[in-house]
Design a protein. Structure first.
Length: 125
């Protein structure tokens, strides 16, 4: 193994009883129903006004991977999960290097800049 690669073992088993399994399955089904709901809204490209963005997206394993191509200022019907993805995770974090009181170097997130927005024309509640 090279010096810059590290093996990570993510194996973690949680034993659930039947009631816990049913609760987890019901919770996932409820989340799937909510996040799959279609919402209508306007896409805004804050990073490059007038431009477009193309990205693949799939939130749940049973969904196919769909490639979304959205143009600035146009209205789209998308699943709620996609609208939330655009509004919550599509941002750029700004980092800066700091030295703590012990002289250890680290990085800190000082701010984030929103790259895109999906402005709902429906009530998103």
């Amino acid at each position: 193994m090279s010096s810059y690669a590290t093996e990570i073992n993510m194996e973690r088993k949680v034993v659930l009883n039947e009631l816990q399994k049913k609760d987890a399955k019901d919770k996932l089904a409820k989340q799937y129903k909510e996040e799959s709901r279609i919402v209508k809204g306007v896409f805004k490209n804050l990073e490059s006004p007038g431009g477009s963005v193309e990205f693949p997206y799939r939130k749940f394993p049973q969904d196919p991977i769909i490639i979304y191509k959205l143009e600035d200022g146009k209205t789209y019907d998308v699943p709620l999960a996609v609208a939330r993805h655009i509004n919550i995770t599509c941002n750029e974090k700004k980092h800066h290097h700091i030295v703590d009181k012990d002289g250890n170097k680290t990085t800190d997130v000082t701010a984030s800049r929103q790259r895109y927005q999906f402005l709902s024309t429906d009530f998103m509640g």
